[in-house]
Each structure stands twice: as C-alpha cells, then as structure tokens.
Ligand binder design. Structure first.
Ligand SMILES: [Zn+2]
Length: 113
C-alpha cells in the first residue's frame, strides 16, 4: 500500500514545518487529494490510522479534500468535468489531453501550537 509511504512522507514534512515554527504539537493536517492522483482517500485514512497510533500523531485530526478531475477542451476553449475515464468534452466530444486539476497530493494546512 503506497498510501502509507506517501503519508509518512507528508507527516515528516509536517513535523519539520511544525518544528520550524517552534511548535511542539500538531492539531490538524489538511490534505488535498486529486481524483486522478492514484491515491485512494480511503486507503489514506487507513494509513493515517496506522501513523496516528504513534506520537506525536495521536491527537491529530486529518482532513482530506478530494479534488475532482477537471480537463480543458482546446476546441471549445473551456474547462469541463469528465464523467468517465475517457476525457471527452461533453460539448464537442473531442478528447482532452489537458488535465487541469485532479492529480495533486498536497499538504494545504497545518495547525500547530
Ligand atoms: Zn469541446
């Protein structure tokens, strides 16, 4: 399960950021997970449960924001939300090769004290 490795990496980043701010406790961790990022939010939560069994993560709240996929149609010059794994524009039917959003996995907020 690669979610655990990913999460451990994010936790390392978060604790480093907390230390830089002179904080000793982490309260909340907020992540953005893209639908196309290959990361399963459910698996990420399970991975967090593993990490949360150890200090200093025991009382940390994990918040996940799932970012929907958004593509861009170069014909219509408009973004659209694909409904399928095939990214076809709902207006003209052209296949889009430009994914604007949906691949991210990032740490967006960290609450420390
Ligand atoms: Zn189109």
């Amino acid at each position: 399960m690669h979610e655990l490795a990913l999460l451990q990496e994010l936790c390392t980043l978060a604790s480093r950021a907390a230390a830089e701010q002179g904080a000793s406790r982490i309260h909340r961790l907020e992540l953005r997970v893209g639908e196309l990022g290959g990361v399963d939010p459910q698996a990420l939560r399970q991975a967090f449960a593993v990490v949360a069994a150890t200090a200093p993560w025991q009382e940390v709240e994990l918040q996940l924001e799932v970012v929907p996929t958004r593509c861009f149609c170069s014909h219509c010059e408009q973004p659209f939300r694909p409904t399928d794994v095939i990214h076809a524009c709902p207006t003209c039917g052209a296949l889009s090769r430009q994914v604007m959003e949906g691949r991210e996995l990032e740490l967006v907020a960290l609450e420390v004290s």
